[in-house]
Design a binder for this molecule. Structure first.
Ligand SMILES: [Zn+2]
Length: 275
């Protein structure tokens, strides 16, 4: 290990580099160097500027605790956020994309599910009723075996409100594109889970929009990825060291498959009680 490697802080550099931290630190180091220059401390100023840049390059930041405040400063600034965050791959990254178009609120849907006997209360938790859980998981296993193109065709065939689907594969992830034109990108595990639930719910719910909303809501009960079987992890939306915060908004909690690198469910902020 070279002396430089010992100084290097990989968690804040390379692909993990936080651009708000870097930019803010360069500005601060520059301002400090300039201040010294005006105080006739030219050599010291140059030295500070040079070592500041070197440290920011190697360690991501020089001002202590930068990751705790820089993203907030940037988020509050009028500068567009995209300047500091890489263009995301073609993911509707919020995990809210769904095969369902209905806009029933979560509470109404859960109430309907309980009434229909699809979801049962067990102590202080809600569980998917056993009679539904079996068929749902069987459908998911069968759909997981299909290619993404076949899955897209199944979606068109099964859902009356969907006339057109396509598929998209990028960076090892795949989506069913629902609807004409650019459509809505529904992550493959989401499409598998929802289509399977929609089919399994046929005996329980007559109303089409309730059935679709229910298929969507059932995703929150998943414990394993329906495509690869990996255990899902609950994580927060924060993608940057200090938190990629939108002003005045707490990050959502999401249920994600670390292997497929896709989100299965996004819990609305402050509403984890149903899980
Ligand atoms: Zn997976």
């Amino acid at each position: 290990m070279s002396a430089l490697d010992a100084l290097r802080s990989p968690e804040h550099t390379g692909s993990n580099r936080c651009w708000p931290c870097t930019v803010l630190n360069l500005l601060l180091a520059g301002a400090f160097a300039l201040w010294l220059r005006f105080r006739d401390r030219r050599v010291l100023g140059t030295l500070i500027a040079a070592s500041g840049v070197a440290i920011i390059y190697l360690r991501g930041y020089v001002v202590p605790y930068t990751p705790a405040f820089a993203p907030k400063v940037v988020a509050a600034s009028p500068l567009p956020n995209e300047w500091f965050h890489d263009e995301q791959p073609p993911e509707p990254a919020d995990g809210k994309a769904s095969l369902a178009t209905t806009d029933l609120d979560g509470e109404t849907v859960l109430q309907e599910l309980v009434t229909a006997g699809v979801v049962e209360a067990a102590g202080d938790r809600l569980l998917v009723a056993e009679d539904l859980d079996g068929p749902w998981h069987e459908e998911m296993r069968s759909l997981a075996g299909r290619s993404i193109d076949e899955l897209a065709r199944e979606v068109t065939r099964s859902l009356p409100h969907v006339d057109e689907t396509d598929s998209l594969v990028a960076e090892g992830r795949s989506w069913v594109v629902v609807g004409p034109g650019e459509g809505e990108l529904v992550a493959r595990p989401v499409a598998v889970a929802e289509l399977a639930a929609y089919r399994a719910l046929a005996d329980y719910l007559d109303d089409e929009s309730t059935r679709l909303a229910a298929a969507r809501a059932l995703r929150m009960f998943l414990e394993e990825c329906p495509v690869c079987g990996t255990g899902l992890v609950e994580t927060s939306e924060v993608s940057c060291c200090g938190g990629y915060t939108k002003p005045r908004q707490t990050p959502d909690e999401v249920l994600a498959c670390p292997s497929c690198d896709q989100r299965l469910y996004t819990f609305p902020s402050g509403d984890y009680s149903s899980h």
